[in-house]
Design a protein. Structure first.
Length: 80
């Protein structure tokens, strides 16, 4: 397995995928570090959810499963 060279915050991933950040947070609760889902801590912070590239792939699979089951909210459309 290659070394992890970058992680992406949940806000960045939500924007990248066009999904609601709060919904992605709910989906990530059942993900583990082995799935590429991590907590990143800074000074004075409670921590933020972040994903490796593999984690984004795992999260996308969960999103696809939720969409197939009809339990996903609509994608967020960009106002730009």
């Amino acid at each position: 397995m290659p070394a992890i060279s970058a992680v992406f915050t949940i806000g960045h991933v939500a924007k990248m995928l066009g999904e609601d950040e709060d919904w992605l947070h709910e989906l990530s609760i059942n993900m583990f570090p082995e799935d590429g889902c991590l907590r990143v801590y800074g000074i004075g912070e409670d921590g933020i959810t972040a994903f490796t590239e593999f984690g984004i792939e795992c999260l996308q699979q969960i999103i696809d499963d939720e969409r197939a089951a009809g339990t996903a909210p609509p994608k967020i459309t960009s106002a730009q």
